[in-house]
Design a protein around this ligand. Structure first.
Ligand code: GTP
Ligand code: MN
Ligand code: MN
Length: 363
C-alpha cells in the first residue's frame, strides 16, 4: 500500500468572507508585523494603506499550513509590493527593520496609548500628540479638556487595559440575562463579539438583547440600566436611542455603525473573594445592544466580527451581488426588496456564500 501525503493547498479565495479563518494560524510573527504597519497607517489617517496591510495579514491568517518559503507568497491574493517586502524580510531575518522602527517610535507608542483610552479616536489622539502631549500624566498636567466618556476612560485606564476573560464575559452575560428576564420574561441575551468567535480574551463584552416577540424588546434597556445603577454596578453609561426607520435608505457605506438602541457602559465587575485589603472589583467595558427579533440574525452576524470579516461581507454583497448588507438587514438593489432571514446560515445562502461558523470568522 502506498501512502501519499497531500499537503494542504495554499489556494486562497479573494474575499475574507469566502474563507475559513480560525483563531490560531501558522504565522503569528508575519501577521503581527503587517498588523503593526496597518495600525501605524491608520494612526496617520491613511485608511487605504492601512486596509492593504490588514488585507494581507488576513490572507496569512487563513493559511492552513506554514509557508515553505517566500516563493509561495506569489500565489496568494492581496499581498501588495510593500507587504511582500515586509514578509520576505521577516521570513529571512526574523524581523523587519521598518516594523521595529515603527514600534520604537514615539509617534506610534503615543498614538497607541491615547487611542487605547475609551472615547479617544485617532483624530483626538493626533491633536494631543501635536500639542506635545505624550502620557496620561501630560493630559492632567496640561489641563486637557476631556469628554465625560474620556474622563471615565482615563480614570479606568489600568483596569480596562486588563483583558476580559471568557468566564468573566459569560458571568456578565448571565447577570444581564437574569436582570432582563425579571423585567421582561423570555428576554434573550447573546454574547457576541470576539468571544463568539472563540477568543479567550476580549477588550470588552458585547451583548445583544432581544425578545422572541417582535416589539417586546422596546423599553427594556432603560429599566435594565437603571437596575445596574441601583446595584451600584454602573461606573459609566452612555445610551443612544434607536434611529432605525424602514424608510431610510439601506447603507453599508457608513462604516460599522448601526441604528439600534444601545448603551455603552463601564461596569464594576465583582471579583471572586480574595484576601483582605484587596479591591473586590475591576472596571470592564460592556456594550448592550437592543435588537428586534426579525433583525437578530443580521445583528448577530454584524456584531460577531471580526471587523475585517464584516467589511469583506459588505464589500462582497455590494460588488458581487448588488446587495447592501448591514446589521439590520440585507437589501437586494436590483429587486428593490429586503431579504428576510431567520438565521445567519440563511444570510450566507442569500449571498451565495458557503456558511462560515463564528469560530472561523477571525479574518
Ligand atoms: P475584542 O472586544 O477586542 O475582543 O474584539 P471584538 O471583535 O469583539 O471587537 P469589538 O468589541 O470592537 O466589536 C465587535 C464586533 O461588533 C466587531 O465585528 C465590530 O465590527 C462590531 N461593532 C462594533 N461596534 C459596532 C457598531 O457600532 N455597530 C455595528 N453594527 N457593529 C459594531
Ligand atoms: Mn468586543
Ligand atoms: Mn464592543
Amino acid at each position: 500500500q502506498v501512502t501519499v501525503t497531500v499537503e494542504p493547498s495554499l489556494q486562497v479565495a479573494p474575499y475574507a468572507c469566502q474563507r475559513r479563518t480560525p483563531l490560531d494560524h501558522p504565522h503569528p510573527a508575519l501577521v503581527m508585523a503587517l498588523e503593526t504597519l496597518a495600525e501605524a497607517a491608520l494612526f496617520e489617517g491613511e485608511e487605504a494603506r492601512g486596509l492593504a496591510f490588514t488585507r494581507a495579514a488576513s490572507v496569512l491568517r487563513c493559511l492552513p499550513r506554514a509557508l515553505r518559503g517566500t516563493h509561495e507568497l506569489s500565489g496568494l491574493p492581496g499581498i501588495g509590493g510593500h507587504s511582500h517586502r515586509v514578509l520576505q524580510e521577516v521570513l529571512e531575518d526574523g524581523v523587519c527593520a521598518e516594523v521595529e522602527a515603527v514600534k520604537q517610535s514615539e509617534r506610534y507608542q503615543t498614538m497607541k496609548l491615547f487611542t487605547q483610552i475609551f472615547g479617544v479616536g485617532v483624530r483626538t489622539a493626533d491633536r494631543w500628540y501635536r500639542e506635545g502631549l505624550r502620557s496620561l500624566g501630560d493630559l492632567q498636567s496640561h489641563g486637557t479638556r476631556l469628554t465625560r466618556e474620556q474622563q471615565a476612560g482615563v480614570e479606568c485606564f489600568e483596569d480596562l487595559a486588563v483583558p476580559v476573560g471568557r468566564a468573566e464575559a459569560e458571568g456578565l452575560a448571565c447577570l444581564v440575562l437574569d436582570a432582563a428576564a425579571r423585567l421582561l420574561p423570555n428576554a434573550s441575551v447573546t454574547l457576541a463579539g470576539g468571544f463568539r468567535r472563540g477568543k479567550p480574551h476580549g477588550h470588552d463584552v458585547d451583548l445583544l438583547l432581544s425578545h422572541p416577540e417582535e416589539g417586546r424588546e422596546v423599553g427594556l434597556l432603560g429599566p435594565l440600566v437603571a437596575w445596574l445603577e441601583e446595584q451600584g454596578l454602573l461606573l459609566y453609561q452612555h445610551s443612544q436611542h434607536s434611529s432605525y426607520t424602514t424608510t431610510a435608505e439601506p447603507s453599508s457605506s457608513c462604516g460599522p455603525l448601526d441604528r439600534f438602541e444601545r448603551c455603552f457602559t463601564i461596569l464594576r465587575l465583582v471579583l471572586p473573594a480574595t484576601g483582605t485589603g484587596v479591591r473586590a472589583w475591576r472596571a470592564v467595558r460592556l456594550d448592550l445592544v437592543v435588537v428586534p427579533h426579525s433583525q437578530l440574525p443580521f445583528a448577530l452576524l454584524g456584531w460577531t466580527g471580526s471587523r475585517h470579516f464584516e467589511r469583506e461581507l459588505r464589500r462582497f454583497a455590494r460588488h458581487k451581488r448588488e446587495m447592501v448588507l448591514n446589521s439590520h438587514g440585507l437589501y437586494n438593489m436590483q429587486q428593490g426588496t429586503f431579504l428576510p432571514a431567520s438565521s445567519e446560515e440563511e444570510i450566507f445562502q442569500h449571498l451565495g456564500l458557503d456558511y462560515i461558523p463564528p469560530t472561523l470568522r477571525n479574518a
